[in-house]
Design a protein around this ligand. Structure first.
Ligand code: CMP
Length: 142
């Protein structure tokens, strides 16, 4: 059965352009519940750790530099079929390929400055949520 949790980050370009509120509104209107949310900034080291799966990719250094260039908003979200439904809502990684009405189609500038991140599996949703939040902060139980 598909999981009910996914993780997202509103990336530095979308945050600095003042699009966080519009993006969160779209997320809530799509039926996702906010479970935990934090406005923070990634250091180079933290951004490298978060994107460690991409460390052999040619874009890794630029990605780390960009993701640590300014504040981000980290959010844990809950909904049935969370990972798949959220990836549909945000659209393709490359905004040139993103469907009409998706968050990336509306707010992304390029494949790097693509406004928003979404977990690609239930397993990564847990890992990425734990990167920013404790179980108490996510599930609100001690
Ligand atoms: P995200 O879903 O956060 O996961 C990895 C990120 O790497 C991706 O979004 C893009 O913003 C970024 N990226 C930069 N260049 C590329 C590329 N050529 N292919 C895929 N992802 C890229």
């Amino acid at each position: 059965m598909a999981g009910t949790i996914t993780f997202t980050m509103i990336k530095p370009d979308a945050f600095s352009d003042g699009n966080s509120g519009s993006i969160i509104k779209m997320i809530e209107e799509a039926g996702f519940q906010l479970k935990a949310m934090k406005l923070t900034r990634l250091s180079d080291r933290k951004a490298s750790q978060f994107y460690a799966v991409h460390k052999e990719r040619p874009f890794f250094n630029d990605l780390v530099k960009y993701m640590s260039s300014g504040p981000i908003v980290a959010i844990v979200l809950e909904k049935d079929n969370a990972v798949e439904d959220f990836r549909k809502l945000i659209g393709a990684t490359n905004p040139a390929e993103a469907a009409e009405g998706t968050i990336r189609k509306l707010f992304a500038k390029s494949i790097e400055a693509n406004a928003i991140h979404g977990s690609d599996s239930d397993e990564n949703a847990k890992i990425e949520s734990s990167f920013f939040f404790s179980n108490l902060e996510i599930f609100h139980i001690d």
